[in-house]
Write a protein of this length. Structure first.
Length: 288
């Protein structure tokens, strides 16, 4: 039995679809079972559990031999994911598959708070005595969904990035396909998998969205101060504004490039999805 934490999110929903397709035996630990059933389908085994409540995690993981661990950006990510690691140990889980940060931020002295957190968690999992596999994806193509209103309303994407800076992107469905394989086959213990397709430049990704919806979408580079102001105006908390601007600064410097490996194909059995695949399949979100 595989325990899945983070099932209702972007990567998690794709993982649930991939595990269903494989006919895998899995159980999702979710905060709100009714809301999760609407997102994942009523045929998915679920148990109520919260990363802030260690006892609920230990109860939810009873009978699981593997755990997929993911949670969203949060200032309490380390504390909450440590609850899951300790609960996994107590419940007799043998192997944790952690959705981590990209390698360029997952470092002890990373300028990005979330990157330092992922590094601390990876180290704690490695020291836990459990088997482990780390998945380190690149820039999610699904990040563009956060800009859907801008695309619909203004016909452009504004980011503090040069239009031609190379980014190692990944469709979260590829991460999910890799994770589903790792969770259902042997030979992945002690591995850190760096996952991205080939480099894509922002202008190309945005053009693919335009092509999918039959409308020209411009990519506009804005100064970092403008991007910070816009995030604050949208009500983002200071820690998240700091994190996002640090990440964008690193990406703008060319630090978020493709890993240049073939791991997505090797571990998922198919070529990495392209920005055109992403744009075609999510076109509905950018229209209207
Ligand atoms: N965006 C990128 O380009 C990028 C690149 C590399 C790595 N990453 C990493 O990817 C991760 C985010 O992945 P994602 O975008 O797929 O996640 P997401 O869509 O933000 O989903 C977060 C999931 O965590 C669950 N969760 C949050 N707090 C919880 C709690 N207290 N108890 C139980 N469940 C809780 C959420 O459940 P609810 O439905 O209840 O909220 C949801 O299922 C982060 O660790 C990030 O650092 C992101």
């Amino acid at each position: 039995m595989i325990g899945v934490i983070g099932a209702t999110g972007s990567t998690g929903r794709a993982l649930v679809a991939a595990l269903k397709e494989k006919g895998a035996d899995f159980r999702c630990l979710v905060r709100d079972t009714a809301a999760a059933a609407e997102k994942l389908g009523g045929d998915v085994e679920m148990v109520q559990a919260d990363l802030a409540d260690a006892a609920s995690l230990e109860a939810g993981l009873q009978g699981c031999d593997k755990l997929f661990l993911l949670s969203g950006h949060s200032p309490v990510m380390v504390e909450q994911q440590m609850n899951a690691v300790n609960a996994a140990k107590a419940a007799g889980v043998g192997h944790i598959v952690k959705l981590s940060g990209g390698s360029f931020i997952t470092k002890e002295a990373s300028p990005a708070m979330i990157g330092r957190g992922h590094w601390e968690l990876e180290e704690a999992i490695k020291a836990s005595g459990l088997e482990w596999t780390m998945l380190r994806p690149g820039f999610f193509m699904q990040n563009f969904l956060n800009m859907a209103e801008m695309i619909k309303g203004m016909g452009k994407v504004m980011m503090p990035l040069p239009a031609d800076v190379p980014l190692g992107m990944i469709d979260v469905r590829d991460t999910a396909d890799v994770a589903a394989n790792v969770l259902t086959s042997d030979g992945h213990a002690g591995q850190t998998y760096e996952l991205s397709g080939p480099n894509v430049v922002p202008a190309e990704a945005v053009a693919a969205i335009g092509e999918a919806i039959g409308k020209e979408i411009a990519f506009v580079t804005v100064p970092m101060e403008g991007a910070v102001g816009a995030m604050k105006e949208r009500g983002m908390p200071d820690w998240l504004v700091d994190h996002q601007s640090t990440l964008m600064g690193m990406a703008a410097n060319g630090e978020m490039v493709s890993y240049g490996n073939d791991l997505i194909a090797e571990l998922s059995g198919h070529a990495p999805r392209t920005p055109a695949d992403f744009a075609r399949d999510f076109a509905g979100a950018f229209q209207g």
